[in-house]
Design a protein around this ligand. Structure first.
Ligand code: HEM
Length: 443
């Protein structure tokens, strides 16, 4: 992934190539990334349809629809995308995050208890454990459902979480396979039966939550405030909101966006801390100042270095290392004409290690985020950029920071694996082989 820059022109940072009959261009310069991902502003109004979305690939859409449903933000375009995006943006606003900090810190505290009792001083891969946290957290904050994975971490994910993970893996497997039968979900094959059962199990939990709320069978109070309540409340300027099927698809989408990426971020952060004891001790110095109780929203300002560690992990190992846009109209990038219809590749992982933007890009230096104003816009883009960027990024940063703080103040982390190596799994990069650490409870 980091070799992309080597192919690009030294001056304009671009490189063109053909994929079958389609022209594709790699852009690596921050100002070009900004131009490609942002909407046109006409008379102070954003023109949402005049910016590059992703190209709609019918096969990929089919697998996504069978995973998340046909009304998912990730596969909507134009006015339907604008409508969903506005309502979801409202629902994911920052105002209720103080309550979410409690959910994140108490959930991670359960993981800490389980690790302390069962897994100390053993080489372990943290990814499955961090997945338990992110599943439990996203279930609670998205639709008030408790996956209970952290209740007993020796048991692993519950059946609903396992079903969701299976659907995610199936979507990725079927999208990248050349077996034409994988397109036909109604064929009577064992994998289609399993897919149908998994899909209906997960969706039935979300539908049940919507039904109970619509019928007033669950009393609402401020402490229950979650994304589903807020999405049910959200209306556009005509007073139109999301219907029940759209709500179900969007809760699936939030789970999809929220659990895998954040657990990977935590895994990379723990690996990097294990490999860099001095940075880990600096983090612990910060965490030692916190009161001896589960973290609360008021503790967030004291977690500045922890937040830098999360961002540096996202810089070095962005879970989504590449994104692609398709130019809706002709573009001019520094005098180079890019015709409408061109695929524009944005290699996030390589932009975030570009030596022209970052000193010692391969070194783990969380301190570089202490003064974020010095970081050129467009060179740190783990959540992508522009109008189609990650809608959950504030929540993701909050979750990763609180969970990492709770975990790192409980354990001293020693790296067992010598180096972080990654491989692509669908659109996500994972540590391959799994990165092993050993944990020792701090006194
Ligand atoms: C560290 C964690 C996360 C990372 C690295 C991440 C990364 C990204 C990236 C790179 C995109 C843009 C994809 C593209 O350009 O096509 C994206 C989109 C999206 N993300 Fe995240 N994400 C994270 C967490 C979350 C969370 C917690 C949620 C939900 C609460 C979420 C929901 C979404 C959604 C719904 C989209 C699609 C937006 C659209 O198409 O308009 N993500 N994410």
């Amino acid at each position: 992934m980091s070799d992309f820059i080597a192919f690009c022109d030294k001056d304009n940072g671009m490189c063109g190539f053909m994929i079958f009959s389609n022209l594709a261009v790699i852009v690596t310069k921050a100002e070009h990334v900004r131009k490609v991902t942002s909407s046109l502003i006409v008379l102070n109004l954003k023109v949402f349809h005049l910016f590059a979305h992703r190209r709609e690939i019918p096969t990929a859409k089919k697998h996504m629809d069978n995973f998340l449903g046909p009304n998912s933000l990730v596969s909507l375009y134009d006015s339907r995308w604008t409508f969903h995006r506005k309502l979801m943006f409202k629902a994911l606003q920052y105002s209720k995050y103080p309550l979410f900090v409690d959910v994140i810190s108490t959930t991670t505290a359960k993981l800490v208890d389980g690790l302390r009792t069962n897994y100390q001083r053993k080489p372990i891969d943290m990814l499955p454990f961090f997945k338990m946290v992110t599943f439990d957290v996203i279930g609670k904050v998205a639709f008030g459902y408790d996956f209970e994975s952290t209740k007993d971490i020796t048991k692993g994910l519950n059946d609903v979480a396992k079903a969701f993970e299976f659907l995610l893996e199936e979507q990725s497997r079927r999208s990248y396979t050349i077996n034409p039968f994988s397109m036909f979900y109604s064929l009577p094959t064992p994998s289609n039966f399993k897919h149908r059962a998994a899909r209906s199990l997960v969706r039935s939990k979300i539908e049940e939550m919507i039904r109970l709320r619509r019928s007033g069978q669950v009393a609402r109070n401020e402490a229950d405030e979650d994304f589903l309540y807020r999405m049910m409340d959200a209306k556009d300027e005509r007073g139109v909101g999301l219907n029940d099927e759209e709500l179900t698809d969007e809760i699936m989408t939030i789970m999809f966006g929220g659990f895998d990426t954040t657990s990977l971020t935590l895994t990379y952060a723990a690996a990097l801390l294990g490999l860099h004891p001095a940075k880990q001790e600096r983090l612990f110095e910060e965490l030692k100042q916190l009161p001896p109780r589960d973290l609360k929203h008021e503790d967030m300002p004291a977690l500045t270095y922890c937040n830098c560690v999360v961002k540096e992990a996202l810089r070095m190992f962005p879970p989504a290392p590449l994104t692609v846009r398709a130019a809706d109209s002709d573009l001019d990038l520094d005098g180079i004409k890019i015709p409408a219809g061109t695929d524009i590749w944005i290699p996030i992982a390589c932009i975030q290690r570009d030596p022209t933007s970052w000193a010692d890009p391969d070194d783990f230096v969380p301190e570089r985020f202490e003064n974020e104003r010095d970081i050129p816009k467009g060179s740190f883009i783990p959540f992508s950029l522009g109008d189609r960027n990650c809608i959950g990024q504030k929540f993701a940063l909050l979750e990763a920071t609180v969970a990492l703080a709770t975990f790192s103040r409980a354990f001293h982390i020693t790296a067992v694996t010598a180096d972080v190596k990654t491989a692509m799994a669908g659109v996500i990069q994972r540590p391959v082989p799994p990165f092993l650490v050993s944990l020792e409870a701090r006194k």
